[in-house]
Design a protein around this ligand. Structure first.
Ligand SMILES: Cc1ncc(COP(=O)(O)O)c(C=O)c1O
Length: 482
């Protein structure tokens, strides 16, 4: 039998446990085979020079866990079927893909199946990716301190909440933050905490859209929203965008529209800001047609030159606007905390829908975020990040002007954490991306955000994660190939 047990008398680990570990290891690595007899406790105790009860204690543990079995009158053996085998599940792929019959999906399920969910981040040395804030600047230590404050004794935060809309103090903090910074008119009762904007858009869609209903959306448009609308079976009507945002007058030619999804403060992805006259025109149209407006205010915290235009919601006097925001860009995306501000008459239905969806959002994170806002850390963090992004943005605009002045038009540089460029080139977008990759630069084409028109030569440049030197170098490299 291939079994040597070396005991360490000076170890803090009790002897019986050392024997247990050695034997279990021998069984798992095949040095002791199933059905193989193992030494008697008497023999092993004698050969190790320890008491028999110590050896018995380790054998008992192995018996109770199923590694050993006795055969009456013959001694102790390694079990035929080991417990670890029983714990190993079949990989999902072979279990469900090859052997089980196809399960019939619902219409929604089939729509989900064909949704394009690919979110790709380039990992080239200089990648103008969009979507993530500068995570390395997040005050993690402070967050940890706030987190541990609430992880010590507050058992209520571990419990189910009686308020699906979200933690009351957080809803109060958000309502006051939005009224000061975005001129949103709301009471805490109108605020529903969601798992990011994604859940917010999902809830609105499920509550108002039947398959076949018409949704108007900006062309180009945020894919995360478009995917939800398509999965719900909505008929999508793209409405063009220019340098002043959505061309509202085009809505007159579409009827009837149940819902329109817009990003007025920084159109995604072009970066255009919806002008005030168009905001008023959009609200007038919604009042006349009864359409619901979803206002996605995803990165409104970052404005660099002009004064912010008030949120559509604050200009609305007819309950047409459902406003939403997220902490994914100002804090970090895995926090998964966003919010809806719904008209008073819709509070109850949204609260019920949120309950059905996931009962509530996690309470500890909501409480930590409440402290983060109320103790002034959010305002400080936004100020700091706005300065940082402003420097990065200026470096990007300056580099574009220095190296590619003749070839690019810049749009949307006064807000957010990305801008877009139109690049004069004879290359297709695919070729342009491949050529940029060859010089270590990651680019994103805008074409995937279009539903119909696939404009060529438009690119999104995210600058939140790159420092000024990287930005300048990235654009210098692009100038060599375009
Ligand atoms: C237009 C738009 N809305 C919302 C979001 C954020 O979504 P979430 O809050 O689900 O992270 C993004 C993220 O990229 C976005 O581009």
């Amino acid at each position: 039998m291939d079994l040597t047990i070396a005991l360490d008398n000076n170890s803090a680990i009790p002897l019986y446990q050392q024997i247990y570990t050695e034997l279990r290891q021998a069984i798992l690595t095949g040095r002791l085979q199933p059905n193989q007899q193992i030494p008697s406790t008497r023999w092993l105790a004698k050969s190790l020079g320890i008491s028999r009860s110590t050896v018995s204690q380790s054998y008992e543990q192995l018996f109770s866990e199923g590694y050993l079995q006795t055969k009456t009158g013959s001694g102790t053996f390694v079990s035929e079927k080991l417990p670890d085998d029983l714990l190993i599940t079949q990989p999902i792929k072979s279990k469900y893909q090859s052997t089980s019959p196809q399960v019939e999906l619902s219409t929604y399920g089939n729509n989900v199946k064909s949704a394009n969910l690919s979110i790709t981040y380039s990992d080239l040395p200089i990648s103008f990716n969009y979507g993530r804030p500068a995570l390395d600047r997040f005050p993690l230590k402070l967050w940890r301190k706030l987190l541990s404050r609430h992880c010590e004794s507050n058992l209520d935060l571990l419990d189910y909440s009686l308020e699906p809309r979200g933690h009351q103090p957080l809803r109060e903090a958000i309502a006051s933050y939005l009224s000061c910074s975005r001129a949103v008119q709301c009471s805490p009762e109108q605020v529903i905490i969601t798992s990011g904007s994604q859940q917010a858009i999902n809830l609105v869609t499920r509550l108002f859209i039947n398959p076949g209903d018409t949704i108007a959306l900006e062309e180009p448009c945020y894919q995360g929203a478009r995917n939800i609308f398509q999965a719900q079976g909505a008929k999508l009507i793209p409405v063009e965008v220019d340098t002043s945002g959505l061309i509202v007058e085009q809505l007159a030619n579409i009827s009837p529209v149940k819902l329109i999804y817009v990003t007025p403060s920084h159109q995604f992805p072009t970066g255009a800001v919806l002008s005030l006259p168009r905001r008023l025109e959009l609200l007038r149209w919604a009042k006349e047609t009864g359409a619901i407006i979803i206002e996605d205010d995803y990165d409104s915290e970052y404005r660099y030159s002009s004064r912010p235009i008030p949120a559509l919601q604050g200009l609305d006097h007819h309950h047409s606007v459902i406003y939403m925001g997220t902490f994914s860009k100002v804090l970090f995306p895995s926090l998964r905390i966003g919010y809806l501000v719904v008209p008073e008459n819709l509070q109850s239905i949204f609260t019920r829908a949120k309950w059905l969806c996931d009962r509530q959002s996690p309470l500890i994170e909501q409480q930590v975020l409440t402290d983060f806002i109320n103790e002034g850390h959010l305002a400080r963090h936004i100020r700091k990040m706005r300065n940082l992004y402003n420097q990065r943005r200026q470096a990007l605009v300056a580099a574009l002007k220095q190296y590619l002045a003749e070839k690019v038009t810049i749009l949307g540089e006064n807000a957010g954490i990305h801008l877009t460029i139109t690049l004069k080139t004879n290359f297709s977008d695919r070729e342009a991306i491949d050529r940029a990759a060859q010089v270590g630069v990651g680019l994103t084409s805008l074409s995937k955000y279009y539903l119909q028109a696939k404009n060529q030569g438009e690119f999104l440049l995210g600058y939140s994660e790159l420092d000024e030197l990287q930005i300048k170098e990235g654009i210098r490299r692009l100038a060599l190939i375009f």
